[in-house]
Design a protein around this ligand. Structure first.
Ligand SMILES: [Zn+2]
Length: 88
């Protein structure tokens, strides 16, 4: 008998249905926006503009990528500002 290599995904899902998802923070996009992944079924969530958790769809991934870039730029600029103010 040949063993099937594909993992049975219905078991973790069933576990989540019974006990609820166990989300871990997988990415910090900004101070307020984070991405979460369920350690059992790998379902992904993110913080939306209302501060609530929502499913991490490709659209939200795109938004988060943009937010991350803006956030990084802002951090960079504030770093430069404090540097400049310490000089003068
Ligand atoms: Zn889950």
């Amino acid at each position: 008998m040949k063993k099937t290599t594909s993992k049975p995904t219905f078991i973790p899902r069933m576990y989540c249905n019974l006990f609820g998802h166990e989300y871990e923070v997988t990415k910090k996009v900004t101070y307020h926006v984070k991405e979460y992944t369920c350690s059992h079924c790998k379902k992904q969530l993110t913080t939306n503009s209302n501060g609530r958790l929502t499913e991490l769809t490709p659209k939200f991934k795109e938004i988060n990528a943009i937010l991350e870039r803006i956030h990084a730029n802002r951090m960079e600029r504030s770093k430069k500002k404090t540097l400049a103010s310490s000089i003068y």
